[in-house]
Design a protein around this ligand. Structure first.
Ligand code: SAH
Length: 348
């Protein structure tokens, strides 16, 4: 069986032609899918013999909702989704005045091993296909009853470790006949796999690239992010410059502040020199504390101080609002507590 959500319009039309149907039927089916119909039998203008054929060959990777949590503090929803093979992932929807954002997972688990991250503690199970990632958006739209207008690839998994599926996913959601989400409304976050950043730059997409930097020098970065052993900060910055030159897009550097680890004045000065002259923006994040490690959040006072040093040095900086803190909205935490059997979290 094939997952029909893995196919773009061209591939679906081709499949129809190769299987004795007219390509036009492919367009009709595509329209139904993106209208929210995930059952061939409900596609009214498709003849019975065609739906029979489709039922024999395709399934829809629309995940099942295991949990839907709504934050009491803000308009954030967290979904715990289950795929047909039993694997569980998380997606987060944030409702803003200017539209709805979704944070999707790109892998089941993650193999990058960042010390502060809950998604990577048990390693990777497998990649998600483009259709499975798309399924998170389609299901979330059904659940909130509204369209999604912004997508961030910042859930569990390393998007650039699942390059083919992630690029196809971006093209699928960007397609006019699909969800028609503008490339500038899509953000891909990576821990910094440099050759893949270069490959992405060569794709000529207009998406926003976010780099999980989290350290102001190599010694510190190696301690918290194993990927730093493979690519040092100089190489990473060169990759970023290549991306900026090719796309003219401003890069976001994410920096999670951990008390006593990376939040000193010296770190802020170091970071400022590292990023001087680069078309970028720094997003400071108070680290989300997880029980599996001892990383503690920096105080708001030291975050503000850190931010002021960057700004004084001419680096554009924002402090990320903490959304959905009461519903384990950060990467991987909810999945873990569910798998560990601690799913005593209140649902909406
Ligand atoms: N693998 C990709 C995308 C998934 S992680 C990446 O590394 O960018 C999404 C973001 O959440 C990254 O910036 C990651 O560093 C950050 N993150 C993970 N665990 C966190 C935590 N406990 N507190 C704050 N940010 C965290």
């Amino acid at each position: 069986m094939l997952n029909i959500l893995d196919l773009n319009l061209f591939e679906l039309k081709l499949w129809m032609k190769e299987n004795g149907e007219s390509a036009f039927r492919g367009k009709q089916i595509f329209d139904w899918i993106y209208k929210g119909i995930y059952n061939f039998n409900d596609m009214k203008n498709i003849p019975k013999n065609t739906t029979d054929k489709l039922n024999k060959n395709f399934y829809f990777s629309i995940p099942q909702v295991l949990r839907k949590l709504k934050s009491q503090k803000d308009d954030t929803y967290k979904f715990l989704f289950k795929y047909k093979d039993g694997n569980i992932i998380e997606s987060v929807v944030m409702k803003y005045k200017h539209g709805n954002s979704i944070c999707v997972s790109t892998q089941i688990g993650c193999k990058m091993g960042c010390k502060f991250c809950a998604s990577t503690l048990d390693g990777i199970v497998r990649n998600l296909t483009c259709g499975e990632i798309l399924g998170q958006i389609l299901k979330a739209q059904d659940e909130i009853g509204e369209k999604i207008s912004n997508v961030v690839l910042m859930g569990s998994g390393e998007p650039l470790d699942n390059f083919y599926n992630v690029v196809k996913f971006i093209k699928l959601i960007n397609a006019k006949e699909g969800l028609n989400i503008g490339q500038r409304h899509i953000t891909l976050s990576t821990c910094g796999i440099v050759p893949k950043i270069v490959e992405l730059a060569d794709k000529g997409l207009q998406i926003t690239l976010a780099i999980s930097l989290h350290a102001s020098n190599d010694v510190m970065r190696k301690e918290i992010m194993p990927v730093a052993h493979k690519y040092n900060i100089n190489e990473l910055i060169d990759g970023c410059k290549y991306y900026i030159n090719n796309t003219n897009r401003r890069i976001t550097f994410e920096y999670a502040l951990v008390k006593g680890v990376n939040d000193s004045d010296k770190n802020a000065e170091e970071l400022s020199s590292m990023l001087k002259g680069i078309l970028c923006h720094v997003n400071l994040i108070p680290v989300n504390e997880i029980k599996e490690n001892n990383f503690k959040k920096s105080s708001l006072e030291s975050i503000k101080k850190f931010s002021n040093i960057l700004i004084k040095n001419g680096i554009e900086t924002t402090i990320r609002r903490e959304m959905g803190a009461d519903i384990n909205a950060a990467c991987g935490q909810l999945r873990r507590s569910y798998i560990e059997g601690k799913n005593n979290i209140k649902e909406v």
